[in-house]
Design a protein around this ligand. Sequence first.
Ligand code: SAH
Ligand code: SF4
Ligand code: F3S
Length: 469
Amino acid sequence: MEHEQTLSPTPQKRVFIKTYGCQMNVYDSDRMADALAPHGYAPTGDIAQADLVLLNTCHIREKASEKVFSELGRLKELQGERRALGGDMMIGVAGCVAQAEGEEIARRAPVVDLVFGPQAYHRLPDMLQRAEGQRHLHPALKRAVVDTDFPEEDKFAHLPAAKKDVTVARGLTAFLTVQEGCDKFCSFCVVPYTRGAEVSRPVHQVLDEARRLVEAGVKEITLLGQNVNAYHGVDAAGRSVGLGELAYLLAEMSGLERLRYTTSHPRDMDDALIAAHRDLPLLMPYLHLPVQSGSDRILKMMNRKHTGADYRALIERIKTARPDMALSGDFIVGFPGETDQDFEDTLAIIRDVGYASAYSFKYSTRPGTPGANLGDQVAEEVKTERLYRLQELVTNQTNDFHASCVGRTLPVLIERLGRMPGQVGGRSPYLQAVHLEGSADLIGSIQMVEIIGTSTNSLVGRLALAAAA
Ligand code: SAH
Ligand code: SF4
Ligand code: F3S
């Protein structure tokens, strides 16, 4: 996933932010833009105009990390061209690669002026000033400003909020990070090292930010966390509030129409959260609940701390509370020691659960994780073949799920103009893209839409006027 930010430029300095990785990075990129705004930086979508380029990076798999270094190679050329014309361009690396590799990035890519981890974003203006202070120095004397601390202070309390017009321009749906970091230490995963220990934002901070979003016209909020259902923020009385209870509090906010959250861990799906799915119509019936493998032996080696049977039982409980719940998952194929039978167990759990969508990856050895020390690596061609078979199964399930929606009438949040004139587009409760004939004044409303067909990765519908009246 790559996202490039596009907001209107100002006559002052311009920042181009390129985002890799998960939704939390998408959220963070916006927050970095918000932190820079009071210091005269406006976002641009045109890298050629940028005085500052920030790469917000992802370390989750080897390929994701390597992308950063090839991008830095390209940026070096661009910077050279700018300098030849008497201009300049500063380059910063943020995100999880920055956190994991720190100084090493500056050594490997001297073109970089700034390297800073996710917990330092509120210090960005200060770091930038320090880096700018070195601009007059001979290149050999310059040193990248590096900040990969996990500071004591609350980053979120120090990050400025977006201006209302900026939030309006960002659209009808918004991300809101409520929790960061992870204490689970799955043996394959870098997140506990790049994002640090689990921290939840206090309830009042989350509600204030949600209110600002809704006041700027946001209709749908997705609560984010590396382990979002481990959320345990304190409320004004000093009580610990879980994600389920937080959902009930947000459900009372008038103007907020839809609520989602991601990514959840099966072990943190507690009764209160499941009850929220039963009770709260605004909580959308689409849940990303990764299981990674269907083999108990592999789950144990992955340190997931649950079995396939635990996961199946959990899905049953969730579906009892919310029968139309659609599920999404993540799967890793070729974890060290994965046999044909282990892989068949993964296919079996996918068949039994039935996913509306799923993401799947070949196991990628990450330095510093316990998985990196395991022997018995699975051959690359075996991983390739398993991934292919898994994705074929999941694609069929996704297509079946889309097809099962034909003939149903679903509430669709109309978010934008469609590709064709006279069309609008939005999302179903199950996060499917829906296209239909309709005018621009529908944008921002939830309409009852009869699903009349499917097209690649989306649904085709028509306004069910009688139902909407
Ligand atoms: N917190 C989430 C996942 C975050 S990482 C959870 O626990 O489910 C997103 C996904 O990347 C993971 O679910 C996993 O499927 C995949 N992933 C993480 N580390 C990986 C690795 N070393 N190799 C391949 N895939 C990996
Ligand atoms: Fe990584 Fe596991 Fe934490 Fe998810 S729960 S972020 S996979 S360590
Ligand atoms: Fe990647 Fe960091 Fe997210 S490693 S998946 S950007 S938490």
